[in-house]
Design a protein around this ligand. Structure first.
Ligand SMILES: *Cc1c(COP(=O)(O)O)cnc(C)c1O
Length: 358
């Protein structure tokens, strides 16, 4: 009965499949690329202070946080929009710009929210295969037609950890017509160590059709508070801001994010741990004969070349939660977040014990 009332697009939406949360104390969650150190201590302090004022509506314009970002990146406050997670900004972009039937170009085997927002707003998702587990920028640009409105790209890429260089991005953007908006999702950019990784600040200056998205959910450890941001030329930001709900980001999240942004020590500790952790995991995975992929993010992609659910279940029984990639269309692969030293060791130890099913 109710089903008949639905918009057609809603009828066809798929549920999001999140990483599993621990259901017993002592379990190690390496499934959602969260910060293994928890939130920044400065963010916790800011939350406690702000909590006393939570009878008030939050700042609709998130001025304190946008000023902090503008200072950090040497841009203007009107270059920034704050979202309830960067997910919300993806939805805002589609709500603001996508007309029914217009095409949204997306890589296959990639973060599912891009396709979700495309479908939600009656767009047509055009899926382009990965090439050697990397986004195929040439094929993405070649897929543009007169009906294309949006392209989503992700750097570093979730779930493979691959990245493209500044030169590759530049060639791609030069090939995309200016009437097509490019969303450059940099949720993991803080972790990138590749020296030719693009500088997205210069990208938005050279290409007014680009919107860059970043988040406080990963390197800054605030996934549960839901706060992400976008930066672009002010005109784009102005229209996105018009479409967002007035109080989309709560006051605790705004205060925590501004404090976390200023916590250089916490970020440095997080990045050092990630860099050390990935080298440790490379060595151990190599020794165990796994086919892993080098990463520019805070997770490692492993191609098992057999259904991944068995390994997922076996590790789960021993208290380690990893992410099987069925929902990414990669049923024979897993993604493992890089944890603390102790968490990584536990993962490796339980993996070794699984040799019977390898
Ligand atoms: C985690 C992640 C995000 C961040 O989402 P939030 O809504 O900011 O928590 C965005 N894009 C990708 C590819 C991600 O993996």
């Amino acid at each position: 009965m109710i089903e008949e009332l639905l918009r057609q697009a809603v009828n066809q939406l798929k549920d999001y499949l999140p990483g599993k949360n621990p259901d017993q104390p002592g379990m190690v969650k390496l499934a959602s690329n969260e910060n293994p150190f928890g939130p920044s201590p400065l963010a916790l302090k800011a939350i406690a202070k702000e909590a006393k004022l939570c009878q008030r509506y939050p700042d609709q314009k998130a001025i304190v946080l946008r000023e902090a970002l503008a200072n950090q990146y040497d841009l203007k406050t009107d270059n920034f929009i704050i979202g309830n997670g960067s997910d919300e900004i993806m939805q805002l972009i589609a709500a603001t710009f996508l007309r029914p039937g217009e095409e949204v170009i997306i890589s296959e085997n990639t973060f599912s929210v891009y396709e979700f927002v495309a479908r939600l707003f009656d767009g047509r998702a055009v899926l382009v295969p990965l090439r050697n587990l990397c986004q195929d920028l040439g094929a993405l640009a070649a897929a543009v037609t007169p009906r294309t409105k949006l392209i989503f790209i992700c750097n570093p890429h979730n779930p493979t950890g691959s990245s493209f260089s500044a030169a590759e991005l530049d060639t791609f953007l030069a090939n995309v017509p200016t009437g097509v908006l490019v969303v450059l999702d940099e949720a993991y950019a803080e972790f990138a160590e590749e020296k030719n990784f693009p500088d997205s600040l210069t990208v938005i200056k050279n290409y007014p059709n680009v919107i860059v998205l970043r988040t406080f959910s990963k390197a800054y450890g605030l996934a549960g508070l839901r706060v992400g941001y976008g930066f672009a030329q002010p005109e784009i930001i102005r229209y996105l801001t018009r479409v967002k709900l007035p109080f989309n980001v709560n006051s605790l999240a705004q205060a925590a994010a501004a404090a976390a942004l200023g916590d250089k020590r916490f970020l440095a500790k997080t990045l050092k741990n990630n860099s050390d952790g990935k080298k440790y995991l490379y060595g151990e995975l190599q020794e165990l004969g796994f086919n892993y992929k080098k990463t520019e993010a805070n997770f490692v992609f492993i191609d098992l070349k057999k259904p991944a659910d068995d390994l997922f279940m076996a590790l789960l029984k021993q208290g380690v939660i990893i992410r099987p990639l069925n929902s990414f269309g990669l049923p024979e692969a897993v993604r493992v977040s890089i944890g603390t030293k102790e968490q990584n060791k536990k993962f490796v130890a339980v993996l070794q014990r699984q040799s019977s099913i390898l």
